[in-house]
Ligand binder design. Structure first.
Ligand SMILES: Cc1cc2nc3c(=O)[nH]c(=O)nc-3n(C[C@H](O)[C@H](O)[C@H](O)COP(=O)(O)O)c2cc1C
Length: 484
């Protein structure tokens, strides 16, 4: 499949890009011309839950697998957060996933919010804000909104050794359970009650550390997301939707009660697919097996509108709980990465794309637009724009101008080219040598037990002794060096 997909860098003008989209039947619109700094829809401020956000760029949470084993940041973590600060984006959606306790860490180097780590995580936020103000002026933080993403990794927990899963599941799953040969442990209702209290405690610490909001993460196959789809689970947290949303609801109610004034938002995988696997020729294909009745917002024959019904129900509940912003994402990096983070080249444990990655980008933009139309009062952040590369500003401007989303979220491209928002907002041409080409090294590194980072394009990571090891893996998979 990869052979037939043209590289974005080869679509050199809007005619070529549009012709490719039309020929491929990909419904994605873009503005041919970027507006100037004074008129750019991307430069318009927005008010979210009473707080002013200076423009329409958002940095998505991006963890680096580079904290200490005790859950504190390292110099690399601080460097990444400073880069978020100099990006020019005015919304920091959680910065990165921070576990609320040890057994919920996705890797042994994930940050953890505990009384012992609160000071160092507060310092991270201060570093981000300081970098923002050094770059954009002493009072530039007046319209900068910085939150912290709180998580429990559930089925995908690996708290002690990077390649030793310690899955804590929300419900049985006919395919996913098989992927853990040493077994899974189903969390009991009492475990979940304790965990709700852990989230509330972590939110209180986040507030004390200076964050304006917390994101109660419900995406990417982690615990909160899996609970939303736990139809087959018995007890207080499974079965009917009131039970499947209990975890989310009780965390939010707990935070309202104990940390009044702390804004709460949710990052939600609004749709999903059946699990994929690497097929015989390396391309992703659906893992056979009956998964009907499993999952949350699973795309089926009825299409996107039907799949989004699950998300609509949750967002309706969230608005009733005072949540005023949703970050839309989809799927997971574990069983359908082409859905969650469209890429031309898979990470070491991935599969070749089963579709043109632009189709994955268009799908997330479409889902966001449908939800925005249903909930105009909610601020929406869209994800999965990085694969657009040179065309990101044009597609993003179009989406914001037409009200398909409120903000454009930046993930991988924020690692390779943190200052992209500032360049776009100033009307400066993009610096092509920093544009993310989706080589997936930022995921391959962690899969090999190394820190994340943009090994091909960020000079810091390119100069590390690990870079040639990752390049060797990439070359063996036929991706080679970036073509700029
Ligand atoms: C290296 C890496 C780290 C990530 N860390 C997080 C995270 O901590 N929390 C989260 O919700 N999503 C995380 N994501 C997902 C991104 O936020 C984003 O949804 C995804 O990369 C698609 O957006 P993009 O096309 O702009 O990269 C991560 C993705 C990558 C590649």
């Amino acid at each position: 499949m990869t052979q037939a997909i043209p590289r974005i860098a080869s679509l050199k003008n809007s005619d070529a890009f549009r012709t490719h989209l039309t020929k491929s039947g990909i419904a994605l619109e873009f503005d041919d011309v970027l507006a100037g700094p004074a008129d750019s829809p991307l430069g318009r401020p927005i008010t979210i839950d009473g707080r002013r956000v200076g423009n329409r760029f958002c940095i998505l949470p991006m963890e680096g697998w580079d904290g200490t084993t005790t859950g504190e940041p390292s110099e690399l973590t601080t460097r990444r957060w400073r880069h978020f600060g100099i990006s020019g984006a005015k919304l920091m959606w959680g910065c990165e996933a921070v576990a609320v306790r040890h057994d919920g860490r996705a890797n042994p180097n994930q940050l953890m919010m505990r009384p012992e780590t609160q000071g160092s995580i507060a310092a991270l936020r201060e570093a981000l804000v300081a970098a923002h103000c050094e770059r954009f002026g002493a009072s530039a933080d007046a319209d900068l909104l910085v939150g912290l993403q709180l998580t429990h990794s559930g089925r995908f927990s690996r708290p002690d050794v990077h390649d030793r899963p310690a899955p804590l599941t929300a419900s049985v799953h006919p395919i996913l359970d098989r992927r853990f040969p040493s077994g899974v442990r189903l969390l009991e209702d009492d475990d979940l009650e304790t965990l709700i209290a852990d989230f509330v405690r972590a939110a209180k610490l986040a507030h004390g550390a200076g964050f304006t909001f917390v994101d109660i993460k419900h995406c990417h196959g982690y615990l909160g997301h899996e609970l939303l789809g736990s139809r087959s689970r018995a007890g207080r947290f499974g079965g009917p939707v009131e039970n499947r949303t209990r975890f989310m609801r009780e965390i939010i109610e707990g935070i309202h009660a104990e940390v009044p004034g702390l804004m709460i938002v949710v990052r939600l995988s609004v749709f999903d697919t059946v699990p994929y696997r690497r097929g015989p020729h390396g391309t992703g294909e659906p893992d056979p097996g009956d998964t009907s009745g499993f999952g949350f917002g699973v795309l089926g024959a009825d299409g996107m509108d039907a799949a989004l019904d699950d998300a609509r129900g949750v967002i309706r509940m969230l608005t009733g709980l005072g949540v005023r912003a949703i970050c839309v994402t989809a799927g997971t990096p574990y069983y359908n990465p082409h859905v969650q983070r469209p890429a031309l080249f898979p990470p070491v444990d991935g599969y070749d794309p089963p579709e043109d990655p632009l189709r994955g980008v268009a799908r997330q933009i479409d889902a966001t637009a449908r939800l925005k139309a249903d909930f105009p009062e909610v601020a929406f952040v869209g994800s999965a724009y990085s694969y657009l590369q040179e065309w990101l500003p044009n597609v993003g401007q179009n989406a914001v101008r037409r009200g398909l989303t409120d903000l454009v979220g930046l993930g991988r491209i924020a690692l390779s080219y943190p200052e992209l928002p500032a360049d776009v907002l100033q009307g400066t041409p993009l610096r092509r040598k920093f544009i993310c080409r989706t080589f997936s090294d930022c995921t391959t590194g962690p899969r090999m037990g190394l820190v994340s980072g943009c090994y091909p394009l960020d000079p810091h990571y390119a100069a590390t002794p690990e870079a040639p090891r990752i390049l060797a893996v990439r070359t063996a998979k036929g991706a080679g060096a970036p073509q700029i």
